[in-house]
Write a protein that binds this ligand. Structure first.
Ligand code: FPP
Length: 228
């Protein structure tokens, strides 16, 4: 396998906090700690691209305090952790809309993307992200041109190699994609777990990856055994 792309919908922060009688932002804070552990573990498991769903375009509908808290956590992450990852050779990029983000967050992102351009292991953070919006935007940008599926995928990934997802993990018990990487998941293996994101450990990730390696990926063809 040349690259191994894992995407994670990190769900369950709110419930984790509520079950402990804590306010929801406490769940996001613990969720950010999980991000640190999982980013580390992912590269040890051979993941070459990791896409994390940190803030969906629909999340603007949450209470303003919760939104502001999430933006602060993202900024903190970009300020503290991102640079350590870059030192170790990672590339960091943002996917999603940029025009509604706080200016200081945008400035951090621009610096990080420029400084990490040549990194090999790729961490993508989805902020103000909607897969359907991204698809419509990419379609509008190339309406006049005839494109291959690969070109269109690359356009969706902001000019990168088309980032087809190999394994999509969703924590928190729901079994849906919620407008996350719809195009890129065309042939993704899906892994749903009831574990809430703050409780998700490197061992859980290893379990999901091991499960992935047992799957028979046929892409519409027949398996080798059946082909004889
Ligand atoms: C979903 O849980 C989670 C989010 C909307 C935010 C995810 C953010 C983080 C994990 C922290 C910051 C991220 C980074 C990259 C540092 P929910 O609140 O919908 O949980 P619920 O379904 O239990 O209410």
């Amino acid at each position: 396998m040349s690259g191994f792309h894992v995407a994670i919908a990190m769900d369950g922060n709110g419930r984790w906090a509520t079950r402990r009688g804590l306010p929801r932002p406490a769940g996001h804070l613990e969720g950010a700690r999980t991000v640190r552990r999982i980013v580390e573990a992912a590269s040890e498991l051979g993941v070459t691209t990791l896409t994390l769903f940190a803030f969906g375009s629909n999340n603007w509908k949450r209470p303003p305090d919760e939104v502001a808290g999430l933006m602060r956590l993202l900024e903190q992450y970009l300020h503290d952790d991102a640079w350590k990852l870059i030192e170790r050779g990672a590339r960091l990029t943002l996917i999603g809309r940029r025009d509604r983000l706080p200016p200081h967050l945008l400035a951090s992102i621009a610096r990080i993307e420029a400084a990490s351009r040549d990194g090999d292991v790729h961490l993508r953070i989805a902020i103000d992200y909607s897969a359907r919006e991204q698809i419509v935007q990419a379609a509008a940008e190339c309406a006049a041109n005839v494109l291959s599926l690969e070109d269109f995928g690359r356009r969706l990934a902001g000019g990168d190699e088309a980032e087809a997802v190999d394994l999509m993990i969703r924590t928190g018990g729901e079994k849906r994609l919620s407008d996350f990487l719809l195009w890129e998941c065309a042939y993704a293996e899906l892994f749903f777990t009831d574990v809430l994101w703050p409780d998700f450990t490197p061992e859980h990730l290893a379990e999901a990856v091991a499960d992935f390696h047992r799957r028979d990926r046929r892409y519409g063809a027949v398996s080798q055994a059946a082909a004889g």
